[in-house]
Design a protein around this ligand. Structure first.
Ligand code: NDP
Length: 434
């Protein structure tokens, strides 16, 4: 079994774990409270907390109710069933550090379509009103916070007692094992991949479901949907549609191929994605800004363009790797570096690094359109309040940290070849600046 290589030093891990455990859950609740009950105003929430202190905070923290657990359970079971039962092509993931190749069933688009059609049908025929989800959102987030923590304990125990493959192992430190995870590809049985479930079918799917929920709630509340809400919902749906369209590509990215299933990635996908990622829409429910057709269309076009460029960057890299460099990049043969590396089992392998197209502009150029897209689905909220922009700011910090983590990892994997790549492509994210 592989020994876990720590992503950051133990001190950084302790600090980030403590912060995540102690700050993120209350933050999720305060974010929800401010968006839904305090007019999106941080000052209003701050005044309330100043007046009522800790007891006031405890009072606004919703207890997980039976209806919240029921909604989460129905959703999770439905998504798990779709993941297992819907047909899909078999696709292989990248070779793992232990030399394994995980096999997946690519049925993400089908699961996405079935989920949204089912949700809208239930609403249309009056069987289940999505407004109920919005009305119990605080309780749902509260239940997710505790439920996901228990789930991460399960992952930790499974990693110790019943790992699914030899791409698993302990760092020798219980806290690091819990936080960064032990297994790279944990499964239940042979076919149910846990990270596909937590990251894609629960986390990313909840983003689309909640985007629709907020839109429907505004309609139910006001009898119409403001153009700002339309722009926000459409852009978020385009983004999540792109995600599922490209889901098999996602299985080649850091989240799946490098980050182990632990608190960091799984809690994040189960709690942070449904709450923080969807928060601009949550804000718009009670703030139906009217942008006017022209401005709305401009923002929509800019958002769609950003999502397209982000998609095209990922596509370019994957197409290049899939064809072993025998493809066209921006109409020309790609320029590349043939980089060799040694696996943990001592085998020497080679990877190709693309140095033209989007990947010649900077080493992580794809993060620029990712951040811009988030800005464009938030900007319909205009600038009355800061809080809707929290996600954009968080995402910027996350991606800058991720770029550094990825560079460090690639440097230790490819050594002199990575150095050569950095000499050829000098900027990390923003061409000419950083
Ligand atoms: P990627 O996995 O797409 O890219 C990083 C990996 O690609 C590296 O680890 C390396 O892996 C390989 N690589 C690096 N440089 C090159 C190159 N020049 N040519 C070929 N391969 C290269 O990164 P991410 O997982 O960070 O991003 C994937 C997508 O997810 C992006 O669209 C991003 O914007 C999005 N994303 C969104 C987030 C959100 O919260 N909204 C968070 C994170 C990502 P190898 O070891 O195989 O060489």
């Amino acid at each position: 079994m592989a020994e876990t290589k720590t992503v950051h030093s133990p001190l950084v891990t302790y600090f980030s774990m403590l912060s995540l455990l102690t700050l993120c859950p209350p933050f999720v609740i305060l974010l929800w409270y401010t968006m839904v009950h305090a007019d999106g105003s941080i000052c209003q929430t701050w005044d309330y907390l100043k007046q009522h202190g800790l007891q006031g905070f405890i009072n606004i923290w919703p207890r997980p109710t039976a209806i919240a657990w029921k909604i989460i359970a129905c959703y999770a079971v439905f998504e798990a069933a779709l993941q297992l039962l819907l047909p899909g092509k078999k696709v292989e993931g990248p070779i793992s550090p232990e030399g394994n190749r995980p096999v997946y069933k690519a049925n993400g688009v089908a699961a996405y379509v079935v989920t949204l059609v089912t949700y809208l049908t239930l609403w249309w025929f009056g069987i289940f009103n999505p407004s109920i989800v919005y009305d119990h959102l605080g309780e749902i987030f509260s239940a997710l916070i505790f439920g996901s923590l228990v789930f991460c304990v399960f992952l930790y125990i499974k990693g110790h007692l019943a790992p699914s493959s030899n791409d698993s192992g302990s760092s020798g430190n219980m806290i690091i094992d819990f936080y960064w995870g032990m297994e790279l590809y944990p499964r239940i049985g042979k076919n149910f991949d846990i990270k596909v479930f937590t990251n894609c079918r629960f986390g990313m799917m909840s983003w689309a479901v909640l985007a629709l929920t907020y839109c429907i709630k505004q309609y139910e509340q006001n009898g119409k949907v403001a153009d700002s809400m339309f722009v926000n919902t459409i852009l978020m749906l385009v983004y999540v549609t792109k995600f599922f369209w490209w889901e098999a590509g996602y299985w080649n990215t850091m989240d799946i191929a490098h980050d182990r299933a632990g608190f960091y990635i799984c809690w994040g996908c189960l709690v942070w994605v449904p709450s923080v990622y969807t928060s601009p829409g949550m804000y718009l429910v009670n703030h139906p800004v009217n942008l006017g057709l022209q401005l709305a269309l401009y923002i929509l076009a800019a958002g769609i363009l950003s999502i397209y460029v982000n998609y095209d960057c990922d596509r370019q890299r994957q197409e290049f790797r899939r064809t072993n460099g025998k493809c066209f990049v921006w109409g020309k043969a790609p320029s590349k570096i043939v980089a060799s590396y040694t696996t943990t089992s001592g085998e020497t392998k080679t990877s190709l690094l693309l140095t033209s197209g989007w990947w010649g502009l900077s080493r992580h150029f794809h993060y620029v359109p990712e951040i811009l897209a988030a800005f464009f689905w938030t900007v319909p909220a205009l600038f009355n309040h800061f809080l809707p922009y929290f996600y954009v700011i968080f995402l910027t910090i996350l991606l800058f940290d991720r770029a550094k983590r990825d560079d460090d990892r690639c440097r230790s994997k490819y050594g002199k070849y990575w150095k050569l790549y950095c000499e050829k492509v000098r900027y990390r994210i923003v061409p000419g600046i950083y």
